[in-house]
Design a protein around this ligand. Sequence first.
Ligand code: ADP
Ligand code: ZN
Ligand code: ZN
Length: 666
Amino acid sequence: DEAKLKRAEELLDPSPILPRGVLELCIWASQYYHHPVGEVLAAAIPSLLRKGHASIAEIEQFFLTKEGKDLGENSLRNAPRQKQVIDLFCRTSHGLSRKDLGQVSITAIQSLMEKKLLIKKSIKLQPFSFDKVYESDFSLSTEQQTAINLVGKTGVYLLQGVTGSGKTEVYLRLIEKRLRAGKQSLLLVPEIGLTPQALQRFQAAFKVNITVLHSALSDKERLMGWQNAASGHAGVIIGTRSSIFTPMANPGLIIVDEEHDSSFKQHQGFRYSARDLAVLRGKIENIPVLLGSATPSLESLHNVKLDKYSHLHLTQRPAGVTKEKYSIINLKHERLVNGFSDRLMEIINDNLKKKGQVLIFLNRRGFSPVLLCAECKWIAVCSQCDARLTFHLSKSIMQCHHCGIETLQPDSCPECQNKELLKIGLGTERIEEHLKTIFPQTRIIRIDKDSTRKKDSFTRLLQEIEDGEPAILIGTQMLAKGHHFQNVTLSVLVDIDSSFYSTDFRAEEQLGQIILQVGGRSGRNVREGSVAIQTHFPTQPLLNTLISDGYEAFAQKLLDDRRDNGLPPFKYQAVLRAESTSSSLALNFLDKAANGGEISPLVSIYGPFPSIMEKRAGLFRALLILSSSSRKHLHKELKNRIEYTERLQSGKKVRWSVDVDPIDLF
Ligand code: ADP
Ligand code: ZN
Ligand code: ZN
């Protein structure tokens, strides 16, 4: 009935918002991750676009009118400021925005407009133009040059280069080549904290629009960034995980820096891997993809072995910079005070005396992870999770690191009223307190989620480190990842032992990566760097392989182990997770999901099991693991399971989700 049809009010977009390539990527991702396509698209499209904002950006620019162009040399004699503006325009062939005009006074512009010499127009964002060539004051190493030459017009490349070997330099050259050809590059970084540093380096190199995309942008900023990329205005786009969906008018290259980093995998909702999608996007767009890391993931190394990726190596640091030296401190015969052995204290002291900075890594924030009653052995636990509460000294609270709940520090044991409560174990805050008393004259800078909560505090602390004064830097992975510190001469890992008896089969891989990442922070400069590792397992074979034979030998051992045990990357995995208000509801639900209908003989189903931390934020969690050496069969089976599961009545009482290529089984 025509009368019931409503009139279209406005044509929002004259062409589809998403270019074909990105749409294809979304649809593929929806199928691969078994996630509703609507939600995938919602993740790919900035929220303001979803609310109807135009996808094509217009900016206001000033142009010379005919009269303005014809103006003789001698005119505007009495208005030098206006003359200056006219001169600026005469030097370029295109319009200039208010921003381009920089310091020019607004009154000069207004006067020129009144004289009809200048006019203001709204114009569409234009693709970038690039004229200045990137200059560096050194020549590339042979390895760098070889790597650059090997990157072709398509294909996936794994650039494995020890920290400080000049990977970023390789990125810069490859991007420059694209810029000259009018093509855009997308650089994915694992953490939002790494974007300012990358931005700085790229801005110094290229006079071109560089757009940054990450989760802390306002909706408006995100839309603007998206428009810069989509219109071709941005020459380089630097972003975290979700920017893999950013449209580019003229794509030329995708780089995934620190490709092994687990932050590229989304941990909830639409659980995609931005690294894996980058590889796919490269195929779709027919452009090369470069995965860079000092410590590549076993998956990527395996893909090299299968000849799916080409392997590029940077084994040397630039001349004059030596590789850091690793040493193990055997804790067996050492006295520990607040987690520090005497031997370690000596080494730290030596480095401080030599005016170096010392970096201490511990991936646990707070003061101590355990609060224990000395009398009855009561331990403070979270009421909502199967987890202990961490004591935070600065706020005098107990906090759960899994659900965020905070309670006041009890002044006596709730079970036996004993006043003596022991703080057991080590957190970054405790290290800070301890070292403050031992090195009262030394600057101590702690970097973790707690010390960087305030806006800009992270940048400020990093700046303080870069000033290079002798200092002790204490931090979690926030400090260990990617940053370039010029004056760190010693990196320390105080507590790594829990990785050796973790239930997560990826724990050893991650330990190897973190040791080399932390180690790589030291010895950036011509000064020699060293790394000290405290452990009760000084002869642990993997640890020793890593230190004496290097990452590749270490990775090979792990890969052999994974093959023998039928684990990824030799087998593919998917997980069905369920959570509910009772343990049995979640388990029963997955039990039904596991046992309904016929199961492919090529797929093994394990479980259901309660998750390692079964209760979290008040909900009980369970999981079911599907595993197969055939991806095709795994996906077919998973699809069947999901369809069957969707019909289950008990599904109404649980929240369930699918995780393809899970990186943890919690
Ligand atoms: P990575 O990204 O592998 O950690 P970078 O690209 O940041 O390494 O390089 C580390 C340092 O070495 C930087 O200060 C960089 O400017 C410098 N550098 C890179 N390549 C060369 C080279 N060929 N000669 C001299 N210095 C270089
Ligand atoms: Zn007690
Ligand atoms: Zn909790």
